[in-house]
Design a protein around this ligand. Structure first.
Ligand code: PAF
Length: 284
């Protein structure tokens, strides 16, 4: 596995691969890798000749300086996991390499980002769109792989690709869970023992809500029940629970036949912010 640290090095690497007729897959990450990330690398390996993983804790997508400071950073352990999973090149840039000058361009994804993560983390999707655009320009992948745990991020990136005509395909891979249902996340490493013990509640609440959606319980009632259950656990501070259209991400007042529903939540456990979601209907 080749280690690349400069933008020019990454460009040269993929330019050569493309000239040789190879298909290039890109797996953008912020490191502290878990089985969810490795699944993305394996999916890319199955589709592509070259698999480039990027490892960059992107400062511009954190609206909370403490969250950025405490984000787990384990570059050596990450590198050791990537090669056996099928990664052929690892891009690990410094902050000045990715941002040689402050960015002034601002993205506006309209209604897509006025809900959930976008509403609760001002500027977050601007930072995501900025760094993902840079990675797409530098790596010029045929395909880029993202996890469905960040469902709204996937929707925003699909919009970015459509609006800016990036010549690539987005592949979204399912959320990987621990045996007790907790969605794998780099932030799980920061959970204390008590918070970790309480954390499976998030998925339990989502699954119970999904069952209610299948039974036709109206979204307002589903929301209220989920919020009440979450509020009942003293170690959990819910931030939002939403019943939304899976494509537009807009909150629902009633269900529309043939359209998938996504249930999304964010909650704080012992100072760690976690998100999760499940999909209901239309092939989910
Ligand atoms: O999902 C993430 O880890 C990040 O938001 C991403 C896509 C790597 C951009 O920094």
């Amino acid at each position: 596995m080749q280690i690349l640290t400069t933008a020019a090095g990454l460009q040269a690497y993929t330019e050569q691969a493309r000239r040789a007729g190879k298909r290039v897959g890109l797996v953008p990450t912020m490191g502290a890798l878990h089985a969810g990330h490795l699944q993305l690398v394996q999916a890319a390996r199955a589709d592509c000749d070259e698999v480039i993983a990027s490892l960059f804790v992107n400062p511009t997508q954190f609206n909370n300086a403490e969250d950025f400071r405490l984000y787990p950073r384990l570059p050596e352990a990450d590198a050791a996991l990537l090669a056996p999973a099928g990664c052929t090149a690892l891009f690990v840039p410094s902050v000045p390499e990715m941002y040689p000058q402050p960015t002034v361009l601002r993205f506006d994804f309209g209604a897509l980002e006025q809900v959930m993560e976008g509403a609760h983390r001002p500027g977050h999707f601007n930072g995501v769109a900025t760094v993902v655009s840079k990675l797409f320009h530098l790596a010029r992948p045929h395909r880029a792989y993202f996890g469905q745990k960040d469902w709204q991020q996937v929707a925003v990136i699909r919009q970015l690709v459509a609006d800016l005509s990036f010549d690539l395909e987005i592949v979204a891979c399912p959320t990987i869970r621990e045996a007790d249902g907790l969605a794998m996340s780099s932030r799980n490493l920061r959970l204390g023992a008590d918070a970790r013990a309480a954390a499976p509640l998030l998925h339990q609440v989502l699954e119970a809500a999904a069952e209610h959606v299948r039974q036709g319980v109206l979204p307002a009632q589903v929301r209220a029940d989920a919020e009440r259950t979450l509020a009942h656990e003293p170690l959990v501070t819910p931030e939002y629970f939403e019943v939304a259209d899976a494509q537009t991400l807009q909150p629902l007042e009633k269900y529309v036949t043939g359209r998938a529903v996504v249930l999304c939540l964010a909650a704080h456990l012992g100072g760690v912010r976690l998100i999760d979601n499940v999909m209901v209907g239309a092939g989910a």
